[in-house]
Design a protein around this ligand. Structure first.
Ligand code: BGC
Length: 247
């Protein structure tokens, strides 16, 4: 099935047409900047522009960095606060005239990694973390997703863990890879104590630089970088939409 996958992020909104059987992108990615924290109305325009760019009238899967309950966004830690309680399926489908499905961005990336990437055919518990503007998490058991895990908001010293260990936090705090790696290790060990995953996949922009900090990470679980560096969010959002259609 051909689906337009859109990944809404804190720095950019990216979309591409995806073949959901193979997980391959059928087009180049089209990216629109979102650093100015667009309001829901402005975001609807961005999503419409991306659909228009591809002359697309079919199904769209949208990944958003917040808790998703059905068609409604419940939290928006790093994007505009007006997204909280916004019916984004209604908003984006009215803007584009296309059927829209909505999923958490990390859950989307996890779906792509489980189906086509580093988590493919892995039995047991798999945890994917995306380290970007925030920290996203997706937990799978025998390939089945437990949605909206939000482990980036685990409280550490009165703040969300992502305040310390996201990729943005590394830059904001001006930490060396070594120092940041040590903090990330502490966070991973807390997660391991609670969840006991058998495999941990690290995704997001920093997964490409894994050689700089993996040596600081001492996990019980096997630890691997994501196979797909910057397309998992798009592919997974498209997969989610395809699965909603077929269920
Ligand atoms: C959000 C999550 C999201 C993650 C990565 C967090 O701040 O709460 O829903 O998956 O950032 O974008």
């Amino acid at each position: 099935m051909k689906v337009l996958g859109i990944d809404i992020g804190g720095s950019g909104v990216k979309g591409a047409l995806v073949d959901t059987e193979s997980g391959e992108l059928l087009t180049e990615r089209h990216r629109i900047d979102s650093e100015h924290k667009p309001s829901p109305k402005e975001m609807a325009k961005i999503v419409k522009t991306i659909a228009k760019h591809f002359d697309w009238l079919g199904p769209i899967g949208v990944g958003f960095p917040g808790v998703i309950y059905g068609s409604v966004i419940k939290t928006s830690a790093n994007l505009h606060e007006d997204f909280c309680d916004c019916d984004a399926v209604k908003l984006f489908s009215e803007a584009t005239g296309c059927p829209v499905s909505l999923v958490n961005d990390a859950d989307a990336a996890g779906l792509a990694e489980i189906r086509f990437g580093a988590g493919r055919d892995v039995p047991g518990k798999v945890l994917l973390l995306t380290l970007g503007t925030g920290v996203g998490s997706a937990l799978f058991h025998n390939g089945r997703l437990c949605p909206n895990m939000e482990l980036g908001h685990l409280p550490i010293d009165g703040k969300s863990a992502e305040y310390f260990v996201s990729s943005t936090a590394r830059k904001r705090r001006d930490l060396s890879w070594k120092k940041w790696g040590k903090e990330l290790n502490g966070y991973l060990q807390i997660l391991e104590e609670i969840l006991w995953p058998e495999l941990i996949i690290i995704g997001g922009g920093v997964s490409a630089k894994y050689e700089k900090y993996f040596k600081r990470l001492d996990t019980r679980a096997k630890l691997v970088p994501a196979a797909s560096l910057n397309t998992a969010g798009i592919v997974g959002a498209a997969l989610w939409a395809a699965e909603q259609k077929s269920s």
